[in-house]
Write a protein that binds this ligand. Sequence first.
Ligand code: AMP
Length: 488
Amino acid sequence: MIYGLIGNSKEIIDNLPYFPILPKIDDTKKDVDQHMSFDYLGLSDELLSAIKDAGYSEPTPIQKKAIPGVLQGRDILGIAQTGTGKTAGFTFPMIDILAQGRARARMPRSLILEPTRELAAQVEESFIKYGKNSKLSCALLIGGTDFVGQVKKLDKGVDVLIATPGRLLDHMQRGNVMLSGVQILVVDEADRMLDMGFIPDIEKICKMLPKKIQSLFFSATMPSEVKKLTDSFLKDPREFEVSSPTQTAVTIEQHLVRFKGTDSIKRQVLRHLLKAENVTNAIIFCNRKKEVKIVNKSLQVHGFSASELHGDLHQSTRMEVLTAFKEGKTKILVASDVAARGLDIPDVGHVFNFDVPSNPEDYVHRIGRTGRAGKKGTSFTLSTQLDKKYLDGLLKFLAKEIPLYNVPNEALEDNKTQRQSSSEANNSASKHHQKTKNTSRHNSINKKLTKKQIHHDEKPIKKETSQDSNSLEKTLGMGGHMPDFLTR
Ligand code: AMP
């Protein structure tokens, strides 16, 4: 009896589902950015190497949600559209699960149903690309291609069968394929299947599958027919919803501020917006670390409660900065994309894009830091002639305009002109302001600003004392004082 068990044990073990031990993530100790890397999802080294070769540095939201669940053997119900990275969301874990075991003739080990030939072909390409370090065999059963060739492939045994419902039923009826060995089923684009009249075919196919099976359903929307299917078929599924990368939350009021000028003028416009708008707290995104540092210093010099978050900072400093911001001790966080990715900061009222992001998807991620969970949020994107290329790319990606926001002309005037006119007009008033509490702190921060940190196209901030900034505020009609809620 015991010998009998041992005799069969290899086969039993081969056919066991693959449950990797997922690494525990300690949020307090590890690097914020590392959390977001693929390394923490429980995928094999071979696959991680293929992912690296594909050029992906970070999992998309759907991948973060789907991959661990699939690896743990859970059923999945993912509400997601094409473009969210969902194909890799199921392809990656399937490659690792199927790496254990072997295929038998005409008995595929997994089945992926796609509504169209093109989608099916794309999924096959994904398995070839990401599965290059594993020896999985794939077959594509779609209309319009060689039927006999498909049978030959099935005869050899396939690990991954990708099919459109009609062609699969055709093969099933001829006895070319049996679904009794399928361990994982994927129904992709279920709502599109419904539109194309495939739901009865899917029901027929599902009846031929073994009872104990892991099922992954993906759909962009959840019409009642799809819901009925998933309710009857999925067992305690892990459900999640991700929005398309081009879909921005409706609760975010977006503004585009277009003007010509240097980075110094840009900072002036930023300060204007921070004061003129009812900003309680904000994240300001810059494209480069260097800019993050300059913008942060400049804001501090002008008396704002700001801090910076970028990759050059030590982990403990990053955590301190983040905690201070979360607790409301700092009102403004100037950040780079990489450093801010994956941060869950509730209740951010405003997001400012100091630059138009070079990658349009970052725009959605950036402004998505506000307007969360149905709350109202506002975003401002500053764009000068230097951002034109990125702005064109962004508007094309969004396929819609961002409403324009006009700042007063004074906010766009060169500092030097403003300094001259305002110092004449406010000579005596500025003397008084020089003695204010903030002055010594501003000056000490000013001293720390080296020439190296100043952009080539602007006057050094060093010369812009609190006297100047107070004068500037007067020129802009802001009464010469900082709103309390933005200062420390
Ligand atoms: P999909 O939603 O599956 O159609 O994927 C949309 C695009 O995203 C495809 O071109 C993929 O190659 C790409 N993609 C998938 N995962 C990632 C990732 N983690 N990082 C960057 N691009 C990705």
